[in-house]
Design a protein around this ligand. Structure first.
Ligand SMILES: Nc1ncnc2c1ncn2[C@@H]1O[C@H](COP(=O)(O)OP(=O)(O)O)[C@@H](O)[C@H]1O
Ligand SMILES: [Mg+2]
Length: 258
């Protein structure tokens, strides 16, 4: 057995008296899409922010490829090739695709200037791979569809060789067709061996896109399932009642004596 790409062990985070994440352990293998499900406030985003270095953790350990990782800030996370894509597409509206792709990480020519031509060429290359229909390279991203914006955000992560992609509700703001486009992108990244942690409240989508899913409730892990082995109702029962079906691996948050 190879070591997991990511293993979060016993992660803890409190805000005042609220245990936002309460001793949660989850893992992710290369080329795997692992869902994180749960009601609003369950602790999904806080758990992911501890992995991306956006929030300091109170307790727990993170292992990357079997080795203990020191992730204390977003820069550390990037060094481990962890990238995050948020629901509210964190792009600069007035800039075009290339400028967004390289924002804060601009390519510099040998003469010491920002190399716009090279950045555009690189942007064309990566978008040709991710979204061959993308044509609007000189449009501010505010003028793009939600799906096109999301492909720019994903290109940004992939260009910098993300091995671990955190997607926090990537389709929440998208229509049906755009959601389909993001689903196709996820399939493609998976086939390239990238591991994806997918936060999503759409059980149907999780069943389609994910290999395994973790359910959180009140900061605790209810359990982990292989999505092919459970029904949508099973997952709903975990989310709502904390009730694990027989083939789930129960966590500390599982309803006892179910
Ligand atoms: N920066 C913060 N400061 C204080 N409380 C927070 C902060 N971020 C999240 N919380 C609280 O932590 C809990 C888990 O939040 P979150 O992880 O965002 O939930 P979700 O599962 O909806 O993503 C909630 O009670 C939320 O109000
Ligand atoms: Mg959230």
């Amino acid at each position: 057995m190879t070591a997991p790409l990511v293993e979060m062990r016993d992660m803890v985070k409190s805000f005042g008296g609220i245990k936002a994440v309460d001793h949660v352990s989850i893992d992710l293998y290369p080329g795997e899409v692992v869902g994180v499900l749960g009601h609003n406030g369950a602790g999904k985003s806080v758990l992911m922010k501890m992995l991306s270095g956006a929030l300091p953790r109170d307790g727990g350990e993170i292992y990357i490829n079997g080795e203990k990782a020191e992730i204390d800030n977003p820069r550390d996370a990037r060094n481990y090739k962890i990238e995050t894509i948020y629901q509210y597409l964190a792009l600069a509206d007035n800039l075009d695709a290339a400028s967004n792709l390289f924002l804060g990480r601009e390519l510099i020519s040998q003469t010491g200037f920002v190399d716009d031509a090279l950045m555009e060429a690189e942007t064309r290359k990566i978008l040709a791979r991710l979204n061959p229909n993308f044509r609007r390279f000189h449009t501010p991203v505010s003028g793009l569809s939600g799906g096109q914006r999301q492909s720019v955000a994903i290109a940004r992560a992939v260009y910098f060789n993300a091995k671990i992609l955190i997607m926090d509700e990537p389709t929440a703001a998208l229509g049906v067709q755009e959601t389909q486009m993001v689903a196709e992108l996820i399939e493609q990244l998976k086939s390239e061996g990238i591991g994806i942690l997918l936060i999503d409240h759409d059980i149907h989508q999780v069943k389609m896109l994910c290999d395994r899913a973790n359910v959180m409730k009140n900061g605790q892990l209810v359990g982990t399932v292989k999505v092919d082995e459970v029904s949508e109702d099973d997952m709903l029962g975990m989310i709502i009642a904390g009730k694990c079906p027989p083939n789930a691996i129960p966590g500390p948050g599982a309803l006892q004596n179910a």
